[in-house]
Design a protein around this ligand. Structure first.
Ligand code: ADP
Ligand code: MG
Length: 700
């Protein structure tokens, strides 16, 4: 019990300065504590032996009994590799070493029974095992083995330097010997009892040296629960502190603007989901605390009208409101849309972006500061220091994945008190993930599309079918519809992508000649005013085809466009494909999405395409995306690594997460400061985690 877990790893028996250095660099293990938290990736049955002739491609780690019958050295680009032929009664396999060859050569004997253990590779038509663990059969027989041997995360460098899984296991054993396997409890008696959790010491022992499957499951459950519990505790605490410390403007009345709009100018009946979400927002705005809410709703679910009505509440209470969009095009569209919706309300609306003229800008700045301007729509330009509001009451941020947390907080500084904030996103983050990442935001979900929408029909076509696709386009255009054709534009290879786009445009211009057909083109390199002009021509129906890059990905609303053709669809991510598809299916007509690809497709690309063809459900798509890419990636690189879970899996352990959140909430409801004696252990653990920054790894 006396070993301090903050002891540097160098001091542990079997480690030493060189290995300590490697463990630090390769696995981020600095202390005993870090090592104990290096949880196995999986477990292996070491009572089971394979025969060489029954090996399978992409088999996991296996062990074989046999003898080395010869060694040879093979020259390669840099240096050489050592290859041993290993034989059992059914065949031979190669063992390969790229480093430490001298040592291996001197130590291993020919024609002597060994047990080798490692991951099997398929290379040049043969099986081999690179850098295997290898043990004399006589020694192996003398060791105790369990049916579940822990396999630790490793790196090539560690393996090359001889820190094999066997060595890691040995080091772990030393840690348990030195600490006598006694570790301080980190959850309260009450939680342990209520959830029937095993103790910390028991859990750690069984995660590293499981005695049987049941013990392993119990250990996993306890450690996953603990991990998720402390993350949730932190998120909820942050939220509570936020609500108690940060006073918002209470919008007490729902007044003339809102009521008149609701009664006389609403162009359609709100869906039940929209009504529910509006209620949640109204409740927040009416309370004393500052609202910090995430509004999630699939493309086309009608978030804009909710945003507008929320802004009207701000106006009714004598405040200004703003709406920030991620792109110029989208800001134009919001501006035009809101102007139209508000045409018979007596409010002033303006648009401000990077390309606004200086004179126009000046006027807007003035009107903002003296309060004449009620509603400001724009892009990042709204964040500039020069933009000062008289009294900003509500800021709406559309398509939040393009805005970072830092920008959100910039908005706060525009006022004496921070405005209420409504963040809207069409990225259908699975609820589990939203709970973990945005635990500090309250969540509203529009889970219903407006009535009368026809499901978009999605198909996958190979480039070789292009002529048929063109024919289909002509038919649709003859019916009066409009068509999008989107090309990938991925920054690193921008030049090439740009060429793809221009080539595509020319070929389409040939097949769809003027004057019968009119084509717009929009891409990121155009001047904003040219982009606007082209976009507007398409919006007004003056052009039949819009050739574009992904700049049209978010928000653009042209109900008459019924065909979305995505070129090189295999190069897009799932959520991007879904976003793009969401540009059609906005009107009364049947809409189509055609995913064009070459014949060369990776397995992941196939899964993405199949998923798109199978379903229109954004949440289902997000879950597949999450599986394919992992949670770190899903928010874009900006926020990657946000969830560095050690043992829990944000998708598979959804139910444990819900339990953890429930118990964290319960606990804080009764004891918000964690001051009660029976929660002392939780307070202490929480402090330790914050002190050693363990917990901050999870949160950006
Ligand atoms: P998104 O959530 O993707 O931002 P929008 O707010 O742009 O969706 O709405 C998509 C389309 O649906 C718009 O044309 C809008 O006018 C329409 N719409 C929104 N709500 C309803 C509703 N309750 N009934 C009918 N149409 C609606
Ligand atoms: Mg939108």
């Amino acid at each position: 019990m006396n070993t301090n877990l903050q002891t540097p790893i160098d001091y542990l028996k079997g480690v030493g300065p060189n290995r300590a250095d490697l463990l630090r660099k390769e696995l981020g293990i600095y202390t005993y504590q870090d090592l104990i938290n290096l949880f196995p990736n999986r477990y292996l049955d070491r009572t089971k032996y394979y025969k060489i002739n029954s090996l399978q491609k992409n088999a996991a780690d296996i062990q074989i009994i046999g003898e080395i019958i010869k060694f040879r050295e093979v020259a390669q680009k840099r240096g050489k590799r050592l290859v041993a032929t290993f034989k059992d009664e059914t065949g031979t396999i190669e063992l390969v070493w790229f480093r430490g060859q001298k040592w291996i050569r001197e130590r291993l004997k020919l024609n002597t029974p060994y047990v080798v253990f490692g991951k099997v590779n398929w290379f040049n038509g043969k099986f081999n095992i690179p850098h295997p663990d290898i043990e004399l059969k006589t020694e192996h027989d003398g060791n105790l083995r369990s049916a579940m041997q822990a396999i630790y995360p490793s790196t090539e460098k560690l393996l090359n330097k001889g820190i094999t899984n066997r060595v890691m296991t040995k080091i772990m054993q030393n840690l348990f010997l030195e600490t006598k396997g006694k570790f301080a409890e980190t959850l309260s008696e009450k939680l342990l009892k209520n959830l029937q959790l095993i103790s910390k010491s028991e859990a750690l022992f069984n995660i590293h040296f499981p005695q049987n499957l049941d013990a392993l499951f119990k250990a996993e459950f306890r450690l996953k629960f603990e991990e998720l519990f402390y993350i949730q505790l932190q998120l909820i605490l942050k939220n509570l502190i936020h609500k108690s410390k940060i006073k918002g403007f209470p919008f007490e009345t729902v007044g003339a603007h809102f009521n008149s709009f609701y009664k006389d100018h609403l162009p359609f009946e709100l869906t039940n989901a929209q009504k529910r979400v509006l209620k949640e927002i109204r409740h927040d705005l009416g309370s004393n605390a500052q609202m910090n809410r995430l509004l999630q709703g699939d493309v086309g679910s009608g978030k804009t009208i909710v945003a507008l009505m929320s802004m009207l509440i701000a106006l009714d209470n004598g405040f200004q409101a703003c709406l920030m969009a991620p792109t110029e095009i989208l800001s134009v569209q919001h501006y035009n849309g809101l102007l139209y919706l508000c045409k018979s309300l007596n409010i002033s609306i303006k648009r401000l972006t990077g390309s606004s003229k200086t004179s126009e800008r000046k006027k807007i700045h003035e009107a903002l500061e003296n309060g004449e301007l009620n509603l400001l729509i724009g892009t990042h330009a709204l964040l500039e220091d020069k933009v000062k509001f008289k009294n900003l009451g509500l800021a709406v941020i559309d398509e939040q994945h393009r805005f970072g947390v830092a920008q959100r907080s910039k908005l706060w500084k525009k006022n004496t008190s921070p405005p209420h904030i409504l963040v809207m996103t069409a990225t259908p983050i699975p609820r589990t993930l939203a709970m973990s990442i945005y635990g500090d935001l309250d969540l509203s979900v529009i889970d219903e599309l407006p009535p009368g929408r026809k499901a978009i029909k999605t198909v996958h076509r190979y480039d070789s079918n292009r002529l048929k696709v063109f024919k289909f386009m002509r038919d649709e255009i003859d019916k009066g519809r409009q068509v999008y054709i989107v090309y990938p534009l991925i920054q690193e290879s921008e030049k090439m992508d740009y060429k793809d786009l221009m080539d595509g445009y020319e070929s389409i211009a040939r097949d769809f000649p003027a004057p019968k057909y009119q084509i717009s083109i929009v891409h990121g390199k155009m001047k904003p005013s040219d982009k606007d002009y082209e976009m507007q021509r398409f919006v007004k129906g003056e052009t039949n085809i819009m050739v574009a890059t992904t700049v049209i990905e978010v928000g653009v609303n042209v109900p008459n466009a019924s065909v979305m053709i995505i070129e090189s669809a295999e190069r897009f991510g799932l959520s991007q494909l879904h976003q793009l598809r969401g540009r059609v299916g906005r009107g009364a007509e049947q809409s189509y999405c055609i995913l064009m690809t070459s014949h060369k497709l990776s397995n992941d690309s196939k899964t993405r395409l199949e998923t798109m063809v199978r379903t229109n459900d954004g949440f289902e798509i997000a879950e597949v995306d999450l599986r394919l890419r992992g949670p770190g990636d899903i928010m874009g690189t900006q926020q990657s690594g946000i969830l560095n879970l050690r043992i829990a899996d944000i998708i598979k352990d959804n139910d444990i997460l819900e339990q953890a959140r429930y118990h964290a909430k319960q606990l804080l409801a009764k004891d918000p400061s964690l001051g009660q004696p029976h929660n002392a252990v939780i307070l202490e653990t929480y402090r330790q985690m914050s002190k050693y920054k363990n917990i901050w790894n999870y949160i950006s």
